[in-house]
Structure formats: structure tokens, C-alpha cells
Design a protein around this ligand. Structure first.
Ligand code: GLV
Ligand code: MN
Ligand code: MN
Length: 395
């Protein structure tokens, strides 16, 4: 709740963009709490922040846990930050109980998971895992025109007092705690989600270039109106993406219109596409069909389709899935297996180490919304399962 005051917005929400002053304030709060238990702090070139509690065997690969501290622009108090705080609470509980593990346990706060200020999301974990070089997104700009590379450099300059660590590593295992962000656990009346995997996501932008013109004088038949072509394109995409089983998720949610005045025909529109499916082949086919579908639908505009994010569906590792299920059982928590509809940094750790996630219920399944809520009891139950799992994995 203290962290939720950093960037608070009406309706109990949070706006804490990545690499913003609020992000830094939140990280400093985390660091202060980590210092109370003598944990080691370090940061890498992608600004991923690590809090480490040493184990007895310095040669053993650490167990990694964590999530993200940035939020959506109209986000809630729990998405991401819960997994970081739960990880820190795990370290503090072990510290208080005098429990020493063989492997170190590290809590990570990944940079820019949300992709709200800088698209796409998961830049920190994609860099760390080697999925893409950290310079990949240097020229991405936020709404104020600030380049990602410049925001990152400024952030690293302001955090220059923190010890640097090399980018990457191979943990023994990775376990991320998160709110479910969907309705399944609440509907089932259960405490814990043992996450089995994450569906795939692809992000695109479509830019339609026509010609700006005077709204009072340009005959409609002579226009190259980008808004009208956007409507045609989105209609055609709705047909392409229609799924009678309602498994495919298709979202157009950001629309930038130029010049964006009432009395000028729109000369340019750029809109985003977020497309998700658990079956990698379906996601590939649908995403690959976007360009041709838009080109066939528009009447007058030039079309540019760009892909910005491609996260394949993943299945989590039995080692972690079974550890979480056993921890829930041992803690007396009711649990079920379920897949994640949201993407997470965990998706990019999968190729490197046994990975899994633990979910707690979300009230009414609401997320990416200020009304996002999980009760203190639900959050604590998830944290206890996290601690038990980490201890089992870390020996
Ligand atoms: C993560 O924020 C997602 O959009 O799934
Ligand atoms: Mn999240
Ligand atoms: Mn999110």
C-alpha cells in the first residue's frame, strides 16, 4: 500500500511508468527494505534490479523470483509489484526465521514489463535472457518523444551508486508470483493458481498514410481519409480474428490520428494490434495474415504493418509446477492448475531455466484497471506458497 501511493491515481489506481521518477522512488523504497535484512543490491545494463540473499554454497546457481514495478497508465495496485514485494517478503521471512538455504535466492524487478510507456513490454527480461540485445529498442519513443535509450541512460546515471552486475545468468529455477488478472480462481473459490504456462502474444502497429485535407471543402470522394480506411481495416481484422470458441484475443486499443482536429481529414492513422492465442500455430497464421488483410481492406491509404513483439506460448517446467502444487498442499491452500492469459517476464526465462508462476485471485477478474484488487489474506496466502516453493528449490 505504501508503494501504491507512488503514482497513485483516482479510484485506487496507479500510474508508474517504467524509468520514471515514480519508478525510481519505488525502487529506492524496495532497496531500503532490502537493506534492513542485509540483502545485496545490484543492477544490470537493462536496469533490471536484483536483491540477493546469499546461500551457503557460493558455487550453486541461485533461485530467482520477482516480477515488475512499472504499471499501466491507468493500472492497479497489484499487477507486477505484488511479485516483487512477495519475493522481498520471502527473503525477510527467511531472515527473521534464521533459515539458511544452500542456493542464494534473488529477487528481480524487471524493467518495463508493461510496455505502456515504451512498447513492447518485457524489455528487461528479453535483454537479460538474450532473446534480443538491449539496444534493440533504443529508438522507441514515449508520448513525449523521449527515446528509450535516453530514458535508460538517465535512469542508470541516477542509479550509478548501485553495484553493477553483468547482464544475464542461468538460475537454478525461476518462480514469479502474480495476481491472476482473470476470473478463474475467484469463480472456483480457490486460493492459489499453479500456473501451467502462458499463451503466445504478438504486437503489431498499422500505419495508414493518406492526405490531410479541409473538412469543409474536400469532396468525400476525393479524399484519402486515414480514419475511414482504419475503420475498413479494423472491420476486416475483426473477421480475420473472429473465433467462435472465443479463445483468440484480438485487441485494437491505441489509435494515434494526425493531425487530430475536427475539421481536418485525417492524413495519417497509426493503430496497435495485440493478438494472443495458446496455440503457436494459430497465432503465427493469424498474425502473418494481418498485412494482407489490411491491404485488401483499405481504399486509398498506403499501408505499413510492423511487428513489435513476438512471445511464443510456453509450458512451465514440471520441477517448478510440482514444487508450487506441493507447497500449496503443505500450506493448506486450495489450488488448481491454470494457464496465464497475460504475458509475463517468466515467458522469457523459460528457455534458460525451469520456470513457473503462482497466481492469487483477482476480484471480479479485473486488471489493467484501477479497480484491480486482491485481499491481504489472498496475497499473504500466495506469498506463503512462494516462500515454501523457494525454500524447496533453494535447498
Ligand atoms: C501484461 O501486462 C500483458 O499485457 O499481458
Ligand atoms: Mn504484470
Ligand atoms: Mn500488466
Amino acid at each position: 500500500m505504501e508503494l501504491a501511493r507512488i503514482g497513485e491515481i483516482p479510484g485506487d489506481g496507479v500510474n508508474r511508468p517504467c524509468l520514471s521518477p515514480g519508478d525510481r522512488t519505488a525502487r529506492r523504497m524496495l532497496i531500503a527494505w532490502a537493506n534492513e535484512i542485509g540483502a545485496e543490491i545490484s543492477i544490470d545494463v537493462a536496469a533490471n534490479l536484483f536483491v540477493r540473499r546469499a546461500g551457503t554454497d557460493p558455487d550453486a546457481a541461485p533461485v530467482l523470483t520477482g516480477s515488475h514495478m512499472d504499471s499501466q497508465p491507468e493500472g492497479g495496485r497489484f499487477d507486477g509489484i505484488y511479485g516483487v514485494i512477495a519475493g522481498l517478503e520471502a527473503l525477510a521471512a527467511l531472515h527473521d526465521a534464521g533459515i539458511v538455504t544452500r542456493r542464494a535466492i534473488e529477487v528481480v524487478a524487471w524493467t518495463n514489463e508493461e510496455g505502456g510507456r515504451y512498447a513492447p513490454g518485457c524489455m528487461g527480461s528479453m535483454s537479460w535472457s538474450g532473446y534480443a540485445p538491449p539496444t534493440t529498442w533504443d529508438d522507441v519513443r514515449d508520448a513525449d518523444g523521449i527515446r528509450y535509450a535516453d530514458a535508460l541512460a538517465e535512469h542508470l546515471r541516477l542509479e550509478a551508486d548501485l553495484p553493477r552486475r553483468p547482464l544475464g545468468g542461468v538460475p537454478h529455477a525461476y518462480l514469479e508470483a502474480h495476481i491472476e488478472q482473470g476470473p478463474l480462481l475467484e469463480a472456483a473459490g480457490l486460493d492459489i493458481g499453479v500456473v501451467t504456462g502462458i499463451q503466445g502474444s504478438r504486437w503489431f502497429s498499422v500505419t495508414l498514410s493518406g492526405a490531410s485535407a479541409h473538412a469543409g471543402t474536400a469532396p468525400v470522394g476525393m479524399r484519402r481519409d486515414a480514419v475511414q480506411d482504419m475503420l475498413r481495416a479494423v472491420s476486416a481484422l475483426n473477421e480475420l480474428m473472429h473465433d467462435p470458441a472465443d479463445i483468440l484475443r484480438f485487441t485494437v486499443a491505441r489509435i494515434d490520428v494526425t493531425p487530430n482536429t475536427s475539421n481536418s481529414v485525417a492524413g495519417r492513422v497509426r493503430f496497435t494490434i495485440d493478438c494472443r492465442h495458446p496455440d503457436g500455430a494459430v497465432l503465427r497464421a493469424k498474425g502473418d495474415a494481418i498485412r494482407a488483410t489490411v491491404e485488401a481492406a483499405v481504399k486509398t491509404c498506403d499501408v505499413l504493418v510492423e511487428e513489435h513483439f513476438d512471445a511464443a506460448p510456453v509450458a512451465f517446467h514440471p520441477l517448478v509446477v510440482e514444487t508450487v502444487a506441493a507447497a500449496a498442499l503443505a500450506d493448506g491452500a486450495s489450488a488448481m492448475g491454470l494457464p496465464s492469459g497475460a504475458f509475463h517476464d517468466a515467458q522469457f526465462v523459460v528457455p534458460l531455466a525451469p520456470t513457473g508462476m503462482v497466481f492469487v485471485p483477482s476480484r471480479d477478474g479485473i486488471s489493467h484497471n484501477p479497480a484491480e484488487y486482491s485481499s491481504p489474506e489472498q496475497l499473504a496466502a500466495g506469498t506463503r506458497v512462494l516462500v515454501r516453493s523457494l525454500v524447496a528449490l533453494a535447498g
